[in-house]
Ligand binder design. Structure first.
Ligand code: GLV
Length: 390
């Protein structure tokens, strides 16, 4: 038969991606070393060398999360896939779920849990705020969920949520503690085992400076008891931990069975991102992110801009939220900076839309030189963007 759809002309031109300063909330810039790792030749997703790479990734995640958990791996997908993996595997229809909502990620977790048919409750606080351990204790006593969700690094509001003591509170209520550290891992201290976190997940495209598409996740022994003794199968085959634990060699079985084709090149890059973190050292990386963030915050305040998170102690070092300057259209500012300075910063997300500008300085982008570049671009934008006479 003759073809009715000709080869698209657009595909006959070579695509060249622009070089940009990726200072939004992610993805962040990928250094050459990590890009080069991703350009290594493709091998089979079940070749022995691949299993070795996966084992290295597992060790790297155990280091980044500070955990000894056997069931530690990278989901083939972004942080959202890891969020679904956690919720799909732990929750069964009708079971209680409580989400702490102080930004978009708690809202998303509640939405996903509803789709599974869980009994969903939320505790909500204003964007820019966080919860006390007493708030959480009371909500757990009231709703009696089997799983509690909290975001460590709320990239939509710029809040770093304290974690100490919450694991014990959850366990006192016979509840598992699930934490999202997509935007904070590597940029702020987290100790999965010591803080009693049962399920922790992150993403490759933030502090690790790897391309989007893989998401570290880990399950405690307590979480595994629940996950591997379910009455029903998780709704997703791709994210089923019984299969994934086998593919990643976490289930103690000698034979690995084909489940899905892992994103080979992305695993190479993730391994390299974790290698950089291991070389630089977690504590040094945490400290650098904190110092760079403080330098940035001081620079913003010296320019007369206001930080959205009032309490210094809960500011996320990786993603800064700046109160959208009065009289300006925030979209004009972000577009001007992109066009004139080839630099991405972003507006708000979820509950912070229209209220903030967001700047992410993560991994290799966490430097005083990057801060100076952002401050210069902001100063320039405030001079050149239209200001209404209010
Ligand atoms: C995505 O992670 C975002 O915060 O925009």
């Amino acid at each position: 038969l003759p073809l009715s759809v000709p080869p698209p002309e657009c595909l006959q031109k070579r695509f060249v991606a622009p070089q940009r300063h990726m200072f939004g909330p992610g993805p962040s810039n990928v250094p050459l070393r990590i890009l080069a790792a991703g350009a290594e030749p493709i091998i089979g997703h079940m070749h022995p060398e691949m299993f070795e790479i996966m084992s290295d990734i597992k060790s790297g995640i155990q280091y980044a999360f500070q955990t000894q958990n056997k069931v530690t791996l990278a989901v083939s997908g972004t942080g959202h896939a890891a969020m679904e993996c956690a919720l799909f595997n732990v929750l069964e229809p009708g079971e209680g779920f409580l989400a702490a909502v102080n930004g978009i990620w708690g809202e998303r977790a509640a939405d996903i849990a509803e789709r599974i048919g869980a009994r969903v409750n939320t505790i909500v606080t204003s964007a820019g705020g966080c919860f006390t351990n007493e708030d959480i204790d009371q909500a757990l006593a009231k709703h009696k969920p089997v799983l509690f969700f909290l975001t460590h690094g709320e990239s939509s509001t710029g809040v770093l949520h304290p974690l100490d003591g919450i694991g014990e509170i959850c366990h006192k209520h016979n509840c598992l503690f699930l934490v999202d550290c997509v935007a904070s891992m590597g940029g702020a201290p987290i100790y999965m085992d010591k803080q009693g976190i049962d399920i922790l997940y992150s993403g490759s495209q933030k502090v690790l400076n790897a391309p989007p598409g893989t998401a570290p996740i880990s399950f405690s022994e307590r979480a595994c008891q629940k996950v591997f003794n379910r009455k029903t199968k998780p709704v997703s085959f791709l994210l089923d931990m019984s299969w994934l634990a086998n593919y990643w060699g976490c289930d103690g079985k000698l034979t690995r069975i084909y489940h899905h084709t892992g994103p080979v090149s992305n695993f190479y890059s993730l391994r390299e991102g974790l290698a950089v973190l291991a070389e630089q050292g977690l504590e040094n990386t945490w400290q650098r992110h904190r110092e760079v963030a403080e330098y940035f915050h001081e620079g913003l305040e010296n320019m007369g801009l206001k930080l959205f998170v009032k309490d210094k102690n809960i500011r996320l070092p990786t993603v800064t939220t700046i109160v959208a300057p009065a009289g300006y259209n925030w979209k004009e500012i972000t577009s001007y900076i992109m066009k004139t300075h080839n630099l991405e910063i972003s507006g708000g997300l979820g509950p912070s839309v229209g209220q903030v500008l967001r700047v992410g300085l993560m991994g290799c982008n966490s430097s005083k030189a990057s801060v100076d570049m952002v401050l210069k671009a902001l100063r320039d934008a405030l001079k050149h963007c239209h200001k209404s006479k209010v």
